[in-house]
Write a protein that binds this ligand. Structure first.
Ligand code: 4AD
Ligand code: MG
Length: 488
């Protein structure tokens, strides 16, 4: 090995990141900037972006001074490197610019064949070009915000003494009991081993049993909570529900805190503190991106009918949510409110409103957007519409469940106090046809050193959707998986 070569400095050592340059400009300084061409005009101005900020750096290239073959390659989304001096900019819109002395083309992007055009593109079109969409202002802002929100999640829990627990992705149990799971198998689909009874013999499969991708890390999270006290998970979860909506993904990320010595009231408080913290963090650290996303919505709304526009702008909504208490009501109160509502009286709801049936999106939206006009936490749902592990209340009819409902999004959080009484749990499992043998360890957890405990799951993409104001959940995850879609 050539040790001298090993010690040579790489490209990065001469590069200046655009965000840092714009934040802390020194005129006269010589820099190398590298990035993608967002726009060019007047035969000398290039707007360069390297992903570090929503702001473009203005690069001044005297087209006369460079060979035509190079200049021809300065096209939309081509990747270039520029050496030059930082100067004060005379033009409006930016305070500094870099005057190019040396120019290198890293990657040309032939405008005749490059899939994106420097014009407005629909979200649907950009979804099909997911390998290029992060080069647009909207998506780069969304993914910087997503990063900041993820970091804030870890910071929130770490600062409060929670341990990050990695729960398994391949599992043998259906945590939600909803049966919407993706099978994981190495058996030959054409010729699977069969039992004498004529069923597929999963005991011969890779794990010696039938396995799936997890729908939630909660059950294993409870194991952590009943030893470490406070844990949280943050991982991918999978649901094979055939929901083609703007709120559902087949693969999404969930954050699930689980806490010993916690009841439903502690749980609601944690949920409220948590989402407010994440929103505040992004407001503080991603002001430029949020200002861009706020303006984007205002521009889109210019073409909309008045009744389709948001009542509050994006930034206004976020500031409102962090500075106001969430409303807290019981399911029974929610039903009463709905019964007295105008759309109910005018028979405008599509789904029935009766004690015992689940709240539908239209009901949740009325409560949150029309009635309370703020986030609402609904608790104590009828036991028959909720999962087996939720703690039965003294009325024997409801469970200590809680959903956090957000304007424009609906349910962002679902959680509960857990049933810690083995006899009650067994009864509930029997009622809901959950086989006790498979969850033997979940039952032992109660029989040996059990404790009151509670937790919840926050759908990370729904949260990012709320913070960015993006209309479709497919536009806040880099590579969405939905029914019929697993490209990239
Ligand atoms: O309400 P869910 O199903 O709750 C659970 O899975 C519990 N085990 C959580 C817990 O108590 N630890 O899901 C939690 C959240 C929902 O409120 C929603 O925000 C999100 O996960 N979610 C989805 N997000 C995107 N696409 C889907 N298909 C989703 N399903 C649920
Ligand atoms: Mg739920």
């Amino acid at each position: 090995m050539d040790s001298k070569q090993d010690l040579q400095q790489g490209i990065d050592s001469r590069r200046t990141v655009i965000a840092q340059l714009i934040d802390n400009p020194k005129t006269g300084q010589e820099v190398w900037v590298m990035g993608w061409v967002r726009a060019f005009r007047g035969n000398q101005f290039i707007a360069l972006n390297d992903g570090s900020t929503i702001k473009n750096l203005q690069v001044v290239v005297d087209y006369e001074q460079f060979p035509e073959s190079l200049i021809k390659k300065i096209t939309f989304h081509a990747c270039i490197a520029v050496r030059g001096k930082v100067a004060e900019s005379k033009g409006a819109g930016q305070s500094i610019e870099v005057v190019a002395e040396e120019l290198e083309i890293f990657g040309a992007a032939n405008p005749e064949t490059y899939p994106l055009q420097p014009k407005h593109q629909t979200m649907e079109f950009l979804r099909e070009k997911a390998h290029f969409r992060m080069r647009t202002n909207t998506f780069s802002a969304v993914f910087r915000v997503r990063h900041a929100a993820a970091y804030a999640v870890h910071k929130f829990y770490n600062d409060r003494g929670y341990y990050y627990l990695h729960t398994p992705i391949v599992t043998g149990s259906d945590a939600e009991g909803a049966g919407e799971m993706f099978r994981v198998t190495t058996l030959d689909p054409k010729n699977p081993p069969m039992t004498e009874a004529g069923a597929i013999d999963w005991s011969q499969d890779f794990f010696g049993k039938a396995t799936n991708l997890t729908v939630s890390g909660q059950l294993q999270g409870e194991i952590g909570a009943l030893a470490l006290g406070k844990i949280y998970t943050f991982g991918p979860t999978f649901r094979a529900e055939n929901s083609n909506t703007s709120r559902h993904l087949a693969e999404f990320w969930m954050i699930e805190p689980e806490v010993a010595f916690f009841d439903i009231y502690d749980n609601m408080q944690l949920a409220e503190d948590f989402v407010k913290y994440v929103i505040s963090y992004v407001l503080e650290h991603n002001a430029d991106d949020l200002a861009f996303l706020d303006q984007r919505i205002k521009d889109m709304e210019k073409q909309m009918k008045a009744q389709d526009r948001r009542e509050m702008g994006l930034l206004e909504t976020l500031n409102f949510v962090v500075s106001n208490d969430f409303e807290r009501i019981t399911y029974t109160e929610a039903i009463e409110l709905l019964h007295n509502s105008t759309p109910y009286k005018k028979k405008k709801f599509k789904f029935p409103v009766e004690w015992g049936s689940d709240l539908q999106a239209e009901h949740e939206r009325w409560l949150v957007e029309k009635h309370f006009k703020k986030p609402v936490i609904v608790r104590n749902y009828p036991k028959d519409i909720k999962a087996f592990y939720m703690r039965l209340n003294d009325d024997n009819k409801t469970v200590a469940a809680m959903d956090v409902l957000f304007p424009g999004i609906g349910e962002v959080i679902g959680g509960s106090q857990r049933e810690e009484r083995t006899d009650v749990l067994l009864q509930r499992m029997a009622e809901m046809h959950i086989p006790a043998e498979e969850l033997w360890w979940y039952l032992e957890l109660r029989n040996f050193g059990g404790a009151p405990h509670a937790g919840f799951g926050l759908g990370f993409e729904r949260m990012v959707q709320f913070i960015t104001g993006m209309g479709n959940i497919r536009d806040v995850i880099a590579f969405p998986r939905t029914p019929g879609v697993a490209e990239f």
